[in-house]
Design a protein around this ligand. Structure first.
Ligand SMILES: Nc1ncnc2c1ncn2[C@@H]1O[C@H](COP(=O)(O)OP(=O)(O)OP(=O)(O)O)[C@@H](O)[C@H]1O
Ligand SMILES: [Mg+2]
Length: 469
C-alpha cells in the first residue's frame, strides 16, 4: 500500500503540454513517451531507463483561475495536491499570480513554474508569488526532468508532512512529560514534607525519652517523700489531738499560770489557723501525690517515644485489643455516649499489642473528650486484602466521633508533640504524637480527617505482618 501523496495538478493553457504531462506522469516510461517527449520538446531524453516508474494521480486545468479552484476543492475533500506545475504565460492570471493564490489556500504545496521565455527573471516570479521556495522548469524540457521533479517534490511533500506529524507527536509527548514532571515534583514535595515531619518526630522522640529518663528519678523520690510526709502528718495530727485532751484536762484543774499558757496556745492556734492546717495538710499531700502520679504517667508515655518498653512482636486480633481498650476507658465515657461497633473479620496482625492498645486508648479518649456529654463514637475495622506479594494485606481501623472537630488551621499541628487545646492539667498533647510514632514503627499509617462542629475520623492502617518495631 502506498500512502504517499501522488496527486499533482498541471495548470497550462496548451492542450499539447497537458497531454504530454499526462503521458509522462501516468504511463510507464516504456510506452514510447520518450520519443513523444523528444518530438514535443525537441530534446533527447538521456537516463530515462534509470528513472523508477511512478504513476501519479493527475489533474489537468487550462488556466490559473480553474487551477486555484481545483486546489480549493481538493483541500475541501482533504485530498490536497503535493505538486503543481504551473505555466507562467497563460491567458487570465499568469503563473506567478496563480502560485501566489494557491499558496494562500495551501501553503504546503510544492510549485514548479514552467516558463518558455526569458522576460520573467526568477526574482520577478518570487516577488509576485511572495515566496522564494519556488522551482523553475524552462521550456523546452524533457520528460525525465518532469519525472525527476515530480518524484523529488512529492517525496519532499511527504517528508515534510511526516516531520509535522512527528513534531506534533513530540509536542504531545513533551506535554505528557511535563505532566509527569509536575506530578513527580508534587510527589517529591509531599515526600519531603513527610520526611521533615518524621525527622521532627523522631528527634523530638529521642529528646523526650531523654527528658523522661531525667525526670523519672527525682519524681520518684519526691513521690516517695510526699507519701512519707503524709504518713508523718497523720501521726503528728494524732499527737496534737492528744495534746488537746491534755489541754482540756489542764484547763479544768490548772492554776493561773497554766490558764495563761493555755490562753497563749489558743491565741497562737487561732492566729496561725492550726486547726485548718491540720485538716488541710492531708489533702495537700494527697493532691501533691496525684500530681506526681500524673508526672509519672507522662514520663511513661514519653518512654513510649523511644520504645523503651519493647517486648517481642506477636500475632494479635486488633478487634479484641480495641474491645479491651474500650473496657479500660469505660469510666471516661459519659453514659450518654453511644459506641457503635462495626468490626470486620481481621487477620491476626504481628505487632506489639501493648503499644497498639496505647494507640487505640489515646484515640478513643480523644474521641470521648471531643463528644463530651452526648455523642457517638463509631468504630469500624476491616481487612484490606491485596493479591500482590509486594503489598501484603493490611488492616484498617476507623474511629469516628461526632465531637467538636478540629479547626482547619490546627489540623497540621495535632500530631506535634505537646500540641493540646485542652485546659492545663487535662491534656499533655502527647497522645497523638506517640500514637503516630507507634503506628509508623509498625510500618503503618495514621491519618486524621475532621470537620469543625461535625466530628473527626482517625484512620489507622497497619500491615498484617507489620510489627517490625
Ligand atoms: N477526636 C478529636 N476531636 C477533636 N479534637 C481532637 C481529637 N483528637 C485530637 N484532637 C485535638 O488534637 C490535640 C492533640 O491531641 P493529643 O491526643 O495529641 O493530645 P491531648 O488529647 O490534648 O492530650 P493527651 O492525649 O496527651 O492527654 C487535642 O488537644 C485536640 O485539640
Ligand atoms: Mg489525647
Amino acid at each position: 500500500m502506498n500512502d504517499n501523496n501522488l496527486r499533482i495538478i498541471v495548470i497550462d493553457d496548451d492542450p499539447g503540454v497537458r497531454d504530454a504531462f499526462k503521458e509522462i506522469l501516468t504511463q510507464p516510461p516504456s510506452s514510447g513517451i520518450a520519443e513523444k517527449g523528444a518530438a514535443l520538446f525537441g530534446e533527447e531524453m538521456p537516463g530515462l531507463t534509470s528513472c523508477a516508474p511512478q504513476t501519479y494521480e493527475l489533474t489537468l486545468t487550462e488556466n490559473g483561475e480553474l487551477g486555484v479552484d481545483a486546489v480549493r476543492r481538493a483541500l475541501e475533500r482533504h485530498q490536497p495536491f503535493s505538486v503543481a506545475f504551473i505555466d507562467m504565460n497563460m491567458p487570465g492570471i499568469d503563473g506567478a499570480e496563480t502560485a501566489r493564490r494557491i499558496w494562500v489556500l495551501d501553503p504546503n504545496i510544492k510549485i514548479v513554474i514552467v516558463t518558455a521565455f526569458s522576460e520573467y527573471r526568477p526574482c520577478d516570479i518570487i516577488h509576485i508569488a511572495q515566496r522564494d521556495d519556488i522551482f523553475y522548469l524552462r521550456k523546452p524540457f524533457n520528460s525525465e526532468e518532469i519525472r525527476q521533479f515530480a518524484n523529488a517534490l512529492t517525496h519532499a511533500w511527504d517528508t515534510e508532512r511526516q516531520r509535522e506529524i512527528l513534531a506534533q507527536k513530540l509536542e504531545a509527548v513533551n506535554a505528557e512529560l511535563e505532566d509527569v514532571n509536575q506530578n513527580l515534583q508534587q510527589k517529591v514535595n509531599e515526600q519531603t514534607a513527610l520526611l521533615i515531619q518524621s525527622e521532627k518526630m523522631s528527634s523530638l522522640g529521642v529528646l523526650a525519652a531523654g527528658v523522661a529518663h531525667e525526670i523519672n528519678n527525682p519524681i520518684s523520690f519526691i513521690h516517695g517523700n510526699l507519701d512519707t510526709i503524709r504518713k508523718y502528718s497523720a501521726s503528728v495530727t494524732k499527737l496534737l489531738q492528744k495534746y488537746r485532751s491534755l489541754e482540756e484536762a489542764a484547763s479544768r484543774r490548772g492554776g493561773d499560770e497554766i490558764q495563761a499558757l493555755i490562753a497563749e496556745i489558743n491565741e497562737f492556734k487561732a492566729g496561725h489557723k492550726i486547726d485548718f492546717i491540720l485538716e488541710d495538710i492531708v489533702s495537700l499531700a494527697d493532691e501533691s501525690l496525684d500530681g506526681t502520679r500524673r508526672v509519672r504517667d507522662i514520663v511513661r508515655e514519653l518512654r513510649g517515644f523511644s520504645h523503651a518498653d519493647d517486648t517481642t512482636p506477636q500475632p494479635a486480633d486488633l478487634n479484641e485489643i480495641i474491645e479491651k481498650t474500650l473496657t479500660m476507658i469505660g469510666r471516661e465515657l459519659s453514659p450518654k455516649t453511644e459506641i457503635i461497633r462495626d468490626y470486620g473479620e481481621l487477620l491476626p496482625v504481628r505487632c506489639y499489642p501493648q503499644k497498639l492498645a496505647q494507640v487505640f486508648l489515646n484515640v478513643l479518649i480523644n474521641a470521648a473528650q471531643a463528644v463530651g456529654e452526648k455523642g457517638t463514637i463509631y468504630i469500624a475495622t476491616r481487612g484490606v486484602m491485596t493479591a500482590s506479594n509486594a503489598d501484603p494485606s493490611k488492616v484498617e481501623i476507623c474511629i469516628t466521633d461526632t465531637g467538636q472537630g478540629i479547626p482547619a488551621d490546627e489540623m497540621t499541628k495535632v500530631f506535634d508533640p505537646f500540641f493540646t487545646t485542652k485546659p492545663v492539667g487535662a491534656g499533655t498533647g502527647l497522645g497523638l504524637s506517640i500514637s503516630y510514632d507507634i503506628v509508623k514503627s509498625h510500618g503503618g499509617e495514621m491519618l486524621i480527617d475532621s470537620s469543625e462542629n461535625k466530628g473527626t475520623t482517625v484512620r489507622i492502617i497497619v500491615p498484617v505482618g507489620g510489627g517490625g518495631g
